[in-house]
Structure formats: structure tokens, C-alpha cells
Design a protein around this ligand. Structure first.
Ligand code: ADP
Ligand code: MG
Length: 248
């Protein structure tokens, strides 16, 4: 392929329902290598469902889903396990172990790709510990590495969770409302980290947000869902708040 930014994530004409009317109705979406795509829309718009389709947690009723060229709902369990190593997930509630330190939590990210004991993460090989410290440095928390996570602020905890995801060196990062519980300034700081990771490492980041203004500030592209329909898909640079209000 001559394209320097190959497609990493693709949905085409995807419909998904849970019994009643469709939660996603003929939705298409492409995300390229190194691209930071914000998925916006009010609660119930279908954002989490879309991300779960990409992780193979749901199968579409019709249409195609491809992540790194693989259909997560149609591949073997073994292929799905392999695919999930390439796909990092960042959650709204961080998902950290509060009584463990930042460094220990980041080290646990290595469990996604390596067979290691779940306990005694500080006995992991020095090379892994060095990578964990490096990843904490990338999210600006290296000086907090020995601090228990339950004593860190929300924004710091989410940055630890991002560093943990980096341990599996994912080509795609899916983040489901990662800043929903954070104040606006902290949210921008966390999203800037994700944006930098997309750009510098060439990872594809797909991040759902319910705050449109944040999406405009940090994303390369904004995709808006409303009631399961895609109502907008444009480079963030071509959008302003008035354009966004027009679709809501
Ligand atoms: P968002 O993340 O944008 O808030 P969701 O994708 O979580 O939206 O939900 C979209 C709609 O799909 C909602 O009406 C929700 O109740 C419904 N829904 C999501 N997941 C399920 C499920 N597993 N079973 C039944 N309904 C679901
Ligand atoms: Mg959601």
C-alpha cells in the first residue's frame, strides 16, 4: 500500500440492535494510523456500543467491522486474543488497583501480552520495569511512581491507566469517556496525552466524549452520533461550536 496512513479501524454500514430499535443504524467510520478521532454524542447515542463492536464484545447485526484488517466478531478465539493485544482499552473509571503504586499498576499492563505472575509485579524483569518507568515519564508521572494510586488525583489516575495500556504497545487505543469524571482543565491535560501518543507513536486513538468543546480542542476528527445515526464526520479544524450546535 502506498498510503502512508493505512486504515486501522473500519466500520461499514453497521447496524446493531438489542431487541428494540437499532442502537447503531448503518454507521460507517474509518480511522487511520496516527489519527485521534473523537466520538461525540449525548448519552444513549451509541458510543459505547460502537467501541464494544471494535473490541469484539458485540457482533453487528449487519455490516462490516474491521480492526487491523480483522473482523473481531468473526475471527477465531485465538485470533481475537491476538487482536486484543493490539487494542488497548481506557475506561471511564480508570480500572486501577488503588492500593498498588502507579508503577505497579503500569507493570500490570504487561499481563495483557506476556505470561507473568499476577502478584509480585516488582519482581518482573528489569527491562519491563524500565519500560514502565518510561511510560510513566511519557504521561508526566514519573515522580509519582511509588505513590499509591488511591492517593492520586483523578487526572493522574487516568494518566497511569494510559501508561498501563502502553505496556502492551497497542496499535489502536479505544477510550470510552475517559474524562467523564474529570474537570475541564484536567480533561484537556489527559486528552492531550492521548493525542500526543497518537501523533508521536502512530497509534490510532478512538475516544468517546460527551463534551463537544473538548473534542474540538483535542481531536483530529470529530464523529458525532445521535440516536444511533452518524450525523457528522469532519476534521476538527473545519468545525466550530456553531457547526456542532447545528447537528444537535
Ligand atoms: P452511549 O455510550 O452513547 O451513551 P450506548 O452505546 O451505551 O450509548 O447505548 C446506546 C443504547 O443502547 C442505549 O439506549 C442503551 O440502553 C442500549 N444498550 C447498550 N448496550 C445494551 C445492552 N447490552 N443490552 C441492551 N441495550 C443496550
Ligand atoms: Mg457510553
Amino acid at each position: 500500500m502506498t498510503d502512508t496512513s493505512p486504515t486501522r479501524v473500519r466500520l461499514a454500514d453497521v447496524t446493531k440492535s438489542f431487541g428494540a430499535g437499532p442502537v447503531l443504524d448503518r454507521v460507517g467510520l474509518d480511522a487511520a494510523q496516527g489519527e485521534f478521532v473523537a466520538l461525540v454524542g449525548p448519552s444513549g447515542a451509541g458510543k459505547s456500543t460502537l467501541l464494544r463492536l471494535l473490541n469484539g464484545m458485540h457482533a453487528p447485526d449487519s455490516g462490516t467491522v474491521e480492526v487491523l484488517g480483522t473482523d473481531p466478531a468473526a475471527c477465531s478465539r485465538r485470533a481475537l486474543r491476538t487482536l486484543r493485544r493490539d487494542v488497548g482499552f481506557v475506561f471511564q473509571d480508570f480500572g486501577l488497583v488503588g492500593r498498588l503504586t502507579a508503577l505497579e499498576n503500569v507493570l500490570m499492563g504487561a499481563l495483557a501480552t506476556l505470561r507473568l505472575p499476577r502478584y509480585g509485579v516488582m519482581t518482573y524483569p528489569a527491562s519491563l520495569r524500565a519500560r514502565a518507568v518510561e511510560n510513566l515519564e511519557r504521561v508526566g508521572l514519573v515522580e509519582h511512581r511509588f505513590q499509591r494510586c488511591d492517593t492520586l488525583s483523578g487526572g493522574q489516575q487516568q494518566r497511569v491507566a494510559i501508561a498501563r495500556t502502553l505496556m502492551q504497545d497497542p496499535r489502536v487505543i479505544l477510550a470510552d469517556e475517559p474524562v467523564a469524571s474529570l474537570d475541564p482543565a484536567t480533561s484537556v491535560a489527559v486528552l492531550d496525552v492521548l493525542g500526543r501518543i497518537a501523533k508521536e507513536d502512530g497509534r490510532t486513538v478512538l475516544c468517546s466524549l460527551h463534551q463537544v468543546d473538548l473534542a474540538l480542542q483535542v481531536a483530529d476528527r470529530v464523529v458525532a452520533l445521535r440516536g444511533g445515526h452518524k450525523v457528522l464526520d469532519r476534521p476538527a479544524g473545519e468545525l466550530d461550536e456553531a457547526a456542532m450546535r447545528a447537528v444537535y
